[in-house]
Write a protein that binds this ligand. Structure first.
Ligand SMILES: C[S@@+](CC[C@H](N)C(=O)[O-])C[C@H]1O[C@@H](n2cnc3c(N)ncnc32)[C@H](O)[C@@H]1O
Ligand code: SF4
Length: 417
């Protein structure tokens, strides 16, 4: 692990203790009194596997998928069995993998969840470009899905080729999308690919808005150790120039920045499954965050189904946060929205932000990472770049290590990060 990540963790959590994940698991989850709860469901199947992709997935097989969905419905029944009344939740997101591969079954999962939860901010599904067809989109609309996130990556054949993807039928996509009215149509792009320029990204994102997107996500390319990716990552300075130039371009166009990586051309378009105070995750590799505990389900489809058939939850690892660890986790994800509101922090932790991280925010302001707007801290362009940069370290130090282990071991006994 990078020495920088370890030192900053020690400083910010005021402790030498690492994050310790153990194999403990419970048979009930204490979510009933958690506010601002989001729901996530993971579908780990794809038509083909992309070498660069770190997510938990395998090639689609009808009988394996059928057994998985049966287990998934049972996991939802187990988690909700003691609920006394319906609970309000913010949103429901289906991620993967390629959840639209089972568009005909999403309705059943949504209906079961709706027996226990009232979803107030919509239902989102991740799509592969091949899923943009009438048969899939009509099923999603019927099931009550209101947000789509399409993994375009690039409209340029050259970059699709680098990523091992075939060229796209852009006109066909535009015509199909025109026939439906989803509240949010988001398109994902990967930036910092070899030889990629700001003009390449500008044409990509303008094309996205012209064929039906009202929201875009521009992710920095990350070379995960445990994937078989062969695409070399871009150098830091070149990446910074690229990021600054496209961000300024989006600002000039008047797009709303909803988070570090996402922009929209309409005020109300949003797609975000990660910035919730608490969330419940169902399915392989799904994570659950409830007040001061964080849980991750097993990455193995086979072991997931086995655990559930034994009437046990498929949790693989649990972390109990110390109060400072929970604050850092909260601030990391709040800063992701490019704004930190001290009032929200105090409402959540019952202690003023100034009292616990006054020095850090003072320094961050002096270094030009944030500027004060009213009582809020707004992230600057410089701050956004360094957040990106730190996020890359964090991803490679924590997520890469943890997912690398979990990909090979269904239930590791302990992981220290
Ligand atoms: C779980 S994928 C799902 C999308 C859909 N299955 C597809 O491939 O079109 C979500 C997004 O993560 C991003 N992503 C995947 N691997 C990445 C990597 N190594 N670095 C940066 N972003 C990545 C891609 O933009 C992708 O669209
Ligand atoms: S990028 Fe999408 S299609 Fe490719 S392996 Fe990952 S989840 Fe599957």
């Amino acid at each position: 692990m990078s020495i920088l990540t370890t030192l900053s963790r020690m400083w910010l959590t005021r402790s030498l203790n690492p994050f310790i994940f153990t194999d403990e698991y419970d048979n009930s989850l204490p979510f009933e009194d958690c506010s601002s709860l989001g729901l996530y469901v993971h579908i780990p199947f794809c038509r083909n596997i992309c070498a660069f992709c770190p997510y938990c997935k395998q090639v689609y097989d009808e009988s394996v998928c059928k057994a998985y969905i049966e287990a998934l419905l049972n996991e939802i029944r187990m988690v909700t069995k003691d609920m006394k009344e319906k609970k309000k939740v913010t949103s429901l997101y289906f991620g993967g993998g390629s959840p639209a591969l089972i568009a005909d079954l999403l309705g059943e999962i949504i209906d079961l969840l709706k027996q226990h939860f009232i979803i107030t901010e919509g239902i989102g599904v991740e799509l592969h470009p091949e899923d943009i067809r009438d048969s899939t989109l009509s099923l999603l609309q019927e099931a009550g899905v209101s947000k789509l996130s399409i993994g375009i990556q690039s409209f340029h054949d050259k970059f699709l080729g680098i990523l091992g993807r075939p060229p796209l039928n852009i006109e066909g996509m535009r015509e199909t999308l025109e026939r439906y009215s989803f509240e949010t149509v988001s398109m994902d792009f990967i930036f910092a690919l070899p030889g990629q320029t700001a003009d390449d990204l500008k044409t990509d994102t303008e094309l996205a808005f012209s064929i039906g997107a009202n929201h875009i996500a521009v992710y920095p390319f990350i070379d995960f150790d445990f994937t078989s990716n062969k695409v070399p990552p871009m150098r830091k300075n070149e990446k910074r120039r690229l990021l600054d130039e496209i961000t300024l371009h989006f600002e000039e166009k008047g797009y709303v920045r909803n988070s570090i990586w996402t922009f929209s051309n309409e005020e109300n378009a949003n797609y975000s499954s990660m910035t919730r105070d608490n969330f419940l995750g169902f399915g392989c590799s799904a994570t659950t965050l409830l007040k001061d505990q964080f849980k991750i389900n097993t990455f193995s489809v086979e072991e997931y189904c086995r655990r559930i058939s034994q009437n046990n939850l498929p949790t693989s690892l649990t972390l109990h946060f110390s109060p400072r660890q929970r604050m850092i986790y909260y601030l990391f994800w709040t800063a992701y929205s490019t704004e930190v509101n001290p009032k929200n922090f105090e409402d959540f932790f019952h202690i003023p932000l100034k009292k616990v991280y006054g020095l850090e925010f003072f320094l961050a302001e002096k270094l030009g990472f944030f500027k004060k707007e009213g009582s809020c801290y707004k992230m600057t362009l410089k701050g956004a770049f360094y957040y990106h940069h730190y996020e890359n370290f964090y991803t490679l130090s924590y997520i890469d290590k943890m997912w690398g282990i979990m990909k090979d071991e269904a239930f590791p006994s302990e992981i220290r990060l």
